[in-house]
Design a protein around this ligand. Structure first.
Ligand SMILES: Nc1nc2c(ncn2[C@@H]2O[C@H](COP(=O)(O)OP(=O)(O)O)[C@@H](O)[C@H]2O)c(=O)[nH]1
Ligand SMILES: [Mg+2]
Length: 223
């Protein structure tokens, strides 16, 4: 419970046994529900997550977006906060993101990984790809969004019923931001966090996911 509102944290995980432990040991006390959505990990992700206090949901259908939708259906907090299970997003930022979310009276707060302060956290190629995707989204939706691909968000659970979320894959991250902008772009904000290098193996395929996400943006805007 934080200032009278219940808090759910959701983490999609695919083989993140190292990262998930680090994230869960740093979870703030005021978080009421921690959900780890495991998509058939072949390592100890589920066991570690349970041991460190999370509720584990198994989702057999693969995909980053798919697992978020399953997590949302099981979430009961007034406010939902998301982050990766790889410990690249700082759990310590949850408290100030929440405070900013309430203070700014927005419906959706996006944690921006930029400027990147830890040089090893993001390669130049990823940095350029992120910039292109964020610029494309900003132009298509006429709102400045610095990090369209961030995986850390804070939002009121109640806005989910007003969103149309179709992507089951990595494009889910930009889709939820687009839907939030469409609901009310004046109630969307961004705040910088310290992004660091992930533990374990990266699941993103930069060329495949990058190009697909660009195509998805165009499709969503003009269909
Ligand atoms: N449940 C589930 N989680 C996934 C899947 N693909 C990626 N993830 C998780 O989603 C998060 C983001 O993936 P990651 O490789 O870190 O991509 P990046 O942060 O965009 O570089 C990590 O916690 C992954 O374990 C999937 O198919 N299913
Ligand atoms: Mg990650």
């Amino acid at each position: 419970m934080y200032k009278g509102q219940t808090i759910t944290v959701i983490m999609p995980c695919l083989n993140e046994e190292q990262g998930v432990e680090q994230v869960l040991t740093r979870m703030p006390e005021f978080v009421d529900q921690v959900l780890v959505v495991d998509n058939g990990s072949t390592d100890q992700t589920s066991e570690v997550a349970r041991r460190f206090g999370a509720q584990v949901i198994r989702e057999d259908a693969r995909g980053y977006g798919r697992s978020y939708k399953t997590g949302f259906a099981a979430a009961c907090g007034d406010i939902i906060i998301t982050l990766d299970g790889d410990h690249s997003y700082p759990p310590d930022a949850i408290s100030y993101l929440l405070e900013a979310f309430i203070h700014l009276r927005v419906d959706f707060l996006n944690a921006s990984r930029f400027p990147v302060r830890d040089g090893s956290a993001m390669s130049f190629k990823h940095w350029v790809g992120n910039l292109i995707l964020s610029l494309a989204m900003s132009v298509l939706y006429l709102t400045w969004v610095r990090d369209s691909q961030s995986g850390m968000w804070v939002f009121h659970r109640s806005i989910l019923s007003k969103m149309t979320l179709e992507s089951d894959g990595m494009a889910f991250s930009e889709e939820i931001k687009i839907e939030a902008l469409k609901l009310n772009r004046h109630r969307f904000a961004e705040l910088s966090i310290l992004y660091s290098s992930r533990l374990g193996e990266i699941k993103l395929n930069p060329w495949r996911d990058g190009l697909y996400n660009l195509w998805f943006l165009l499709k969503k805007r003009f269909s």
